[in-house]
Design a protein. Structure first.
Length: 379
C-alpha cells in the first residue's frame, strides 16, 4: 500500500465532518465530500477546505479516485455507496449501524472479502479511555474471572424531536442501531466477543413525531422542535423502531471458565435517577465506570471490600488522541489504527465489517421480540 492515502467522505453532518477531521489527523488527504443538498455540501467543503464537493457519489468516486471512503450517513443509506466503493477497490470506513438489516450487512462483508479491501466498523465507544482502562484491568486479573456485566442507561430524549431517519427502521434508526451497537462493542472489547445466546425485549414507547423541514445536523435537531405541538396543520410521522430495550446475553470470555451474563438495559425516553453506568463483576472484585458509554471515573472493588477510584494510567492517557469531544476522539483512535493497517504498520486490532454484519444480524433477531415464555395459563 502506498504511503500517501486519499479519502472521500459521504455525508456532510456531524459524522461526516468528524470523519474528515479524523482522517486528517491520521495524515490522510481529504479529497472530496458528497452530500444530498447543494448549498450544504458546498458550505461544508469550504469550511473544511475540501477541494471537491458534489451530490453524485459515483461521479465523486470517478473524479477523486480515493484509496478510502468514509461512510457518515444514516445506516439506511449505506448499501449502494459501499457497493460502488468496493467495486472501485476502495477500503471502507463505515459508521454504525453498518446497514439497515443483517442480510445487507452480510452481503457487504462478503463483497469486501471477495474484493480484498479492508473495512473498519465504527462502533467506536470501545475506545473511551476508561473502557481501555477496564480492559487492561480485566486482562491483568484485577477482578478474577468475569461473572456478570451490567450496562444501564436512560437518556430522557425529547419525545418531539422532529421525525427523521432515527424513527425509521429502513433508514437505520432505533436505539438498538444507535446505542446497543456501542454498548455491545464496549463489553466485547473488555471480556471477549464470543456471543453464545441472547434473550430480549424491545418497545416503541414513542409512537409518532412531528414532521419538520430544515433539519440537517443530527446534533442540532432539538432546535427544530415545533413550539406549538397542538397546531392542527402540523404533520406527524409514525415511528416503527424501538426506543427502549432490554437484552440479556451470554458471552464466552477467555478470562472465565463459565459464560459471562450480560445485561443491557436502555430507556431512550425515560429519565435517569442515579448515574448511567457499566459494571464488570468478577470472582474477586468489580469495576464500575460512571456514564452510559464509560466516560468515567472508574472505580475498583477489590480485596479490601471497598470501592476506590482508580486514576487513568499514564500510558493509556498518552495513547488516546488529545481531543475533548468523546465521539471525535474515538473516531480519531479508530481511524489511526485503520490507517496504520493500510500503510502496513503495526496496529491495534479493530472491528471490521465482520463484526458490523454480526451486530446487524443480532439486532434483527432481537427485534423479533420472541424470547418470551407464555405462562398465563399456568397460574
Amino acid at each position: 500500500m502506498k504511503k500517501s492515502l486519499k479519502v472521500l467522505i459521504h455525508g456532510t453532518g456531524y459524522a461526516g465532518q468528524g470523519h474528515a477531521e479524523a482522517f486528517r489527523a491520521a495524515g490522510v488527504e481529504v479529497v472530496g465530500i458528497v452530500g444530498r443538498t447543494a448549498h450544504v455540501v458546498a458550505a461544508v467543503a469550504q469550511q473544511l477546505a475540501i477541494p471537491y464537493a458534489g451530490l453524485d457519489w459515483a461521479a465523486a468516486l470517478a473524479a477523486c479516485q480515493p484509496d478510502i471512503v468514509s461512510i457518515a450517513t444514516p445506516g439506511g443509506a449505506h448499501v449502494d455507496p459501499i457497493q460502488q466503493a468496493i467495486a472501485q477497490g476502495c477500503h471502507v470506513f463505515c459508521d454504525k449501524p453498518m446497514t439497515e438489516s443483517g442480510n445487507t450487512a452480510v452481503k457487504l462483508h462478503h463483497l469486501a472479502v471477495e474484493q480484498g479491501v479492508k473495512t473498519a466498523y465504527a462502533a467506536s465507544y470501545r475506545y473511551m479511555p476508561e473502557v481501555l482502562h477496564a480492559k487492561a484491568l480485566v486482562a491483568a486479573g484485577a477482578i478474577g474471572e468475569p461473572l456478570e456485566v451490567e450496562c444501564i442507561s436512560h437518556f430522557n430524549l425529547e419525545r418531539n424531536i422532529p421525525f427523521g431517519w432515527s424513527h425509521r427502521s429502513e433508514a437505520g434508526g432505533g436505539r438498538l442501531n444507535n446505542n446497543f451497537t456501542h454498548k455491545l462493542s464496549i463489553v466485547t472489547s473488555v471480556i471477549g466477543d464470543q456471543l453464545l445466546a441472547i434473550k430480549a425485549d424491545v418497545r416503541d414507547d414513542l409512537g409518532q413525531a412531528p414532521i419538520v423541514s430544515g433539519v440537517h445536523n443530527f446534533k442540532t435537531r432539538r432546535d427544530f422542535i415545533p413550539q406549538d405541538l397542538t397546531d392542527p396543520c402540523l404533520e406527524w410521522g409514525k415511528s416503527d423502531v424501538e426506543w427502549s430495550y432490554t437484552v440479556l446475553a451470554r458471552i464466552q470470555s477467555d478470562f472465565a471458565e463459565q459464560p459471562v451474563s450480560v445485561l443491557f438495559r436502555h430507556g431512550g425516553l425515560l429519565p435517569r435517577f442515579n448515574e448511567d453506568h457499566i459494571v464488570f463483576y468478577g470472582s474477586k472484585g468489580a469495576i464500575y465506570i460512571k456514564g452510559h458509554y464509560g466516560k468515567g471515573p472508574l472505580y475498583l472493588y477489590s480485596a479490601n471490600t471497598q470501592w476506590q477510584e482508580i486514576p487513568l494510567p499514564a500510558e493509556i492517557a498518552a495513547d488516546v488522541p488529545n481531543v475533548q469531544d468523546d465521539t471525535m476522539r474515538n473516531w480519531q483512535y479508530l481511524v489511526r489504527e485503520f490507517v496504520k493497517d493500510l500503510r502496513g504498520e503495526a496496529f491495534q486490532p479493530y472491528q471490521t465489517f465482520k463484526e458490523g454484519s454480526q451486530y446487524q444480524q443480532l439486532i434483527d433477531l432481537i427485534r423479533k421480540n420472541d424470547g418470551w415464555i407464555d405462562v398465563h395459563e399456568v397460574f
